[in-house]
Design a protein around this ligand. Sequence first.
Ligand code: GLV
Ligand code: MN
Ligand code: MN
Length: 455
Amino acid sequence: MAAPCARRGAGAPWALLVLALLASPLAAALKLDIDGQAIVDQLLHLATYSDDPNPAVTRILFTENDMKARGYIKQLMAEAGLTIREDTMGDIYGVLPGANPGAASVSTGSHCDAIPLAGAYDGTLGVVGGIAALRALKEAGFVPAKPLEVVMFTSEEPTRFALSCSGSRAMAGVLDAGYLDSRRDENGTSYLAAATAAGYGAATYGEMLQGARRTPADLAAFVELHIEQGPLLEKEGTQIGIVTAIAAPAALRVSFSGDGGHAGAQLMPWRNDASLAAAELALFVEHAALSAGSWDTVATAGYWDIKPNAVNSVPREAVLEIDVRDIDRERRDGGVGSIREEAAKIAQRRKVRHSVDIINQDPPATSAPAVVAAAAAAVSELGYSSKRMVSRAYHDSLFMAQIAPTAMIFIPCRNGWSHRPDEYASPADIARGVQVLAHTMARLAGDAADAKQEL
Ligand code: GLV
Ligand code: MN
Ligand code: MN
């Protein structure tokens, strides 16, 4: 007797909602045809839209390959019988209408952009797998009470504008127009100009952000399927991870500038080499993470830009982008603060100018008990092994959790590798992940026939 509890309204306590999700007889009886190899074939086709030769995948926001990938995603959505819409930020939706079209949606999705020299599965699994889940539900004759949707979020990766999760930040209403306007790509192009050239955008930043906005009233739940990007599931032989929290990410850009000069003629005592300030700071970043007292603290100086980058020239400009993450927000903020202070000390000692730009400093997210319970019920009806776990990577779920009850489903990936060309997840693990996603969404949306029976 699931649906009556679910229909008691928004005021129903979590416990009742959880009980409702655990029951749902028709959703439990679903037999879905999910072909893991067919999904892999689609992922590998998507991977061909890349700025670097496969197996590496590089796909940067609104470039030619990103636009081709978007075209392929829309083709898959259309073939699955989904209704397509796109918003002003470039997020792409495929919708399977529910029996009650006015109801809040049960949503899934992830991203298709890829950092330089990445692999074929990060993010893409949650989009292509999400389309496969909705397609299988539709083909099994399942009519959801609430609409189901799959979203391809714009630019989860901080590549072109150095900002992560652009689409989901805008949806959640936590992306500031002035801040987005201040971002520029390496050619000086603004986000609005790039979005407009790609056929998205709006007259102003405010209108563009508003065009992507969602509210809690639009969203009954959000659940994202993703490869784990770490080794635990594979090491333990566990088939499914159910994510209970997402670690808090921060990113800063530190720029040092010195006077440069000729590498032969500029004598050592009078140099102020910007790259050496950056090198010292990078060593401090490692030290800050190692001395934080927890394995949950990680910090990386992963982006370097040195100018003029010539063997016979003293480096004049050095820009570092630094990623700091922790489960514990205060400890993460302490790390960010100490990196800022150290940058100032190094600049003073080395007589270089410097500036620090905090790109993002986000809160962690906690999964919603009702969505975790739905995923756990789906796993148990499918007979898979599972564990609850924390996501150390960030995802669009970090921001969707601010406007919708949210959780994530992880599958194992080989050696825990990700953000590498040899990223890999097996067809069998992919099929299991998509099954769990589809069953979870069916539980969260309710079965229209089930609801009618109980009227
Ligand atoms: C996402 O790609 C992350 O860096 O966690
Ligand atoms: Mn990634
Ligand atoms: Mn990802």
